[in-house]
Design a protein around this ligand. Structure first.
Ligand code: NCD
Length: 323
């Protein structure tokens, strides 16, 4: 794997392989010494043009646990705020010998530009571009679903027949897009649930069913309910009457939580607006995978960096020692 830019064109076998390697990486996380020497001497740059807490520290932890050197570059306080272009930034990173660049950018397509521009030789990982994609989030979500559904016997498995309701601010969500494509590839059925104003204008090309009624979606008994954050920072107009009305109709409150199937799980990529799209009762319930998602994110990102940088693309990771 040269770059990880999207899930839309990620082949099924590559996705399963990445998830399986993430299982091996998760085994390493359970050891007393959580570090592997695999990427010693490699340099990973975290290039973040948008705010992030968990994704940035997750990539940092992943790179460090593989013994890579990590450089954190945030646009604020850098020459980017002086108007330096993406090209000049990329060429600076190239001159510093970056082997991988993990990029988060407000513009959809920025990681693709870096990967195809010829400005830099590094492997590029998309850590969220505009409203386009966030592939490692979808992969960690799939990993979390697979583990909850198949337990320790999840290696090699996909998500065939699993039903997933993705609820909330779909139109602004790169997480929703990456999930829709990956879940399709892995055999799951996706229902998008949102007010019409928070759905993209044309979802006819999306491999998903669309609904406007959260209660109807819950009555259908999905295996997974994935709540999305209301992305107020991307809204320049009113997308719903007010927050009370939104949470009354599309929020996962305690009462709706009680109507979910006993074995279904509740996911949220974070950061959460508690009391808006998700109640504290739902976020903190035993069904919630929110903290597992964060922990699994490190394993999945270790797997992604390993596949990009180890040069061992045909080998499997052995829990006893990654070669
Ligand atoms: C998501 C993102 O940045 O796209 N968060 C994340 O990566 N954990 C979703 C969001 O911001 O709501």
């Amino acid at each position: 794997m040269r770059h990880l830019l999207s899930t839309r064109d990620l082949p099924r076998e590559d996705a399963i392989r990445l998830l399986d390697i993430a299982e091996d990486m998760a085994d390493v996380q359970d050891r007393e010494v959580k570090k592997l020497p695999t990427l010693r001497g490699k340099t990973v740059v975290n290039l973040f043009f948008e705010d992030s807490t968990r994704t940035r520290i997750s990539f940092e932890a992943a790179a460090k646990r593989l013994s890579a050197d990590v450089i954190n570059f945030s646009a604020k306080g850098s020459s980017v705020s002086k108007g330096e272009s993406l090209k000049d930034t990329a060429q600076t990173l190239q001159a510093m010998g970056a082997d991988a660049v993990v990029i988060r950018h407000g513009s959809s397509g920025a990681p693709q530009t870096l990967a195809t521009s010829g400005w830099i030789d590094a492997g590029i990982v998309n850590a969220g571009d505009g409203t386009h994609e966030h592939p490692t989030q979808a992969l960690l979500d799939a990993f979390t679903m697979r583990r909850r559904l198949h337990g320790t016997a999840s290696r090699g498995k996909d998500l065939d027949g699993v039903s997933v309701a993705i609820v909330g601010d779909i139109v602004h969500s790169r997480v929703a897009r990456s999930n829709v494509w990956l879940l399709r590839t892995l055999g799951a059925h996706v229902t998008l649930v949102a007010p019409p104003t928070l759905l993209p204008v044309d979802v006819s090309g999306w491999p998903a069913t669309v609904g406007y009624d959260l209660d109807a979606a819950i009555a259908a008994g999905p295996d997974v309910v994935m709540m999305l954050r209301i992305q107020a920072e991307r809204m320049n107009a009113a997308f719903f009457p007010n927050t009370r009305e939104y949470s009354r109709r599309w929020g996962l409150d305690e009462e709706r939580l009680g109507r979910l199937r006993a074995d279904s799980i509740v996911m949220h990529p974070g950061p959460m607006n508690r009391g808006l799209e998700i109640s504290a009762a739902a976020a903190d319930s035993p069904r919630s995978t929110v903290r597992e998602q964060v922990a699994n994110g490190v394993s999945v990102r270790m797997a992604a960096l390993y596949l990009l940088l180890s040069g061992a693309n045909t080998e499997q990771v052995r829990p006893g020692g990654v070669r």
